[in-house]
Design a protein around this ligand. Structure first.
Ligand SMILES: [Zn+2]
Ligand SMILES: [Zn+2]
Length: 397
């Protein structure tokens, strides 16, 4: 990501990632891994259950054929996981997180959903009838890792590789909200599935990234969960029970009387003048948010490093604190009126946690009191500029 930032700056003269969007994406990535602290991954657990009880044949794990078959099998299943994540609204409610950035860079790859894993595991189960879990476990990770590097605008056309592989140009189209981009290019590693099943689209007009209706917020739990609430509200606007149910099962653009996936022409039209939502915020506030984000990242890493020795109570407390911090950072970036109160409460909690040893201070040589002093003066400094900014904004309004 740092390399992309440097190369992007040299090539275009502007940063390819903004602080508000980049932090929100990394925060979503952090949140998406939290369930792994408390339970094993759904995909592997369900896979092993089926393999242990119902396997029809046992491909030898040490044959190269098994590995090639599993590679194709995982990528084929991923295509369908991903396609249904776009075509079935209640799964889209999870997957829309990944599409909620209006930028397209390597941080966007990390913008992952907290809830998607609870539905995706079903689609890999047919493989458990023949492919050993060890081979599956490797390929599901490789498939995910492959998809990191394709989230960049800096890599252009890759020649003949574009015929077979999912590349930055193909996946860029997948992230677009232009009507030719909607519901296209679902592939993971290979693009051949899209070419086979008629969902392939090559890049044409300039791609505008993000959701059809941008959410214009960096509040992290809202990013993760807003679509579930929206679906719930939307279903109440329909009269018949079947329409209410179809809201959750049909595509996100569906309306009564329309085909299953709705009509993409009903979506808001693009003018070509779209600019990503990027609030202006003062430098002190930016520095403040970066420092406290890094502190929360330290705590997050601590929980993962020590999950075998920490009690459930401690783990819940520390993850709750990380969630609170990321939420508060989102409030600050959004410059909401309640941001100051929430942040003040969070700082008190942080100092208490440091006092009782649940959280390492940023500089271990600093005593807790110094740390508290530094934190609170930084907060004061940041809020002063925050309130100034607010009054300027009020005047100009
Ligand atoms: Zn997608
Ligand atoms: Zn993507």
């Amino acid at each position: 990501m740092v390399l992309e930032l440097v190369v992007g700056f040299l090539k275009t003269g502007a940063p390819v990632v903004t602080l508000s969007d980049g932090l929100t994406s990394v925060s979503a990535g952090m949140i998406s891994r939290i369930p792994l602290l408390f339970m094993r991954g759904c995909e592997l657990t369900a896979y092993m259950f089926v393999w242990d009880r119902y396997r029809l044949l046992e491909l030898p794990w040490d044959s190269a054929w098994t590995w090639w078959i599993a590679f194709l099998g995982v990528d084929f299943c991923y295509y369908w996981v991903h396609r249904l994540a776009h075509e079935v609204s209640f799964i889209w409610a999870a997957h829309q997180v990944h599409h909620s950035s209006e930028y397209y860079n390597l941080t966007t790859a990390l913008r992952q959903s907290l809830t998607q894993q609870f539905t995706s595991w079903i689609f890999y189960l047919p493989m458990a009838l023949f492919a050993p879990p060890t081979v599956f476990a490797v390929h599901i990770q490789l498939n995910l890792l492959y998809q990191f590097w394709i989230h960049t605008e800096l890599i252009k056309n890759l020649g003949p590789l574009e015929w077979v592989f999912n590349t930055p140009t193909h996946h860029k189209v997948h992230h677009g909200r232009n009507s030719y981009c909607i519901d296209k290019n679902y592939g993971g590693i290979l693009i051949i599935w899209d070419r086979l099943f008629g969902t392939f689209a090559a890049e044409k007009d300039k791609v505008v990234f993000g959701l059809v209706s941008p959410i214009n917020t960096f509040e992290i739990l809202y990013v993760q969960l807003h679509y579930y609430l929206y679906l719930g509200r939307r279903s109440t606007t329909f009269k018949t029970i079947s329409d209410k149910c179809l809201t959750f099962i049909n595509g996100p653009s569906w309306k009564p009387g329309k085909p299953r996936l709705g009509d993409h022409l009903d979506n808001p039209k693009l003018t070509g003048q779209e600019v990503p939502h990027d609030p202006s915020w003062s430098l002190p506030l930016q520095i403040y948010v970066i420092i406290h984000f890094l502190l929360a990242l330290g705590t997050y890493q601590d929980v993962f490093d020590n999950k075998m020795t920490l009690s459930q109570f401690n783990m819940l407390g520390m993850t709750g604190y990380v969630l609170l911090t990321l939420t508060s950072m989102g409030f600050l970036i959004d410059q909401r009126p309640r941001a100051a109160v929430l942040e003040m409460l969070r700082c008190v909690l942080m100092v208490t946690m440091q006092r009782y040893g649940y959280m390492k201070p940023l500089l271990p040589t600093l005593a807790v009191t110094t740390q508290a002093f530094v934190s609170l003066s930084l907060l004061y400094w940041a809020l002063r500029s925050f309130s100034q900014m607010f009054s300027i904004r009020k005047k100009t309004d």
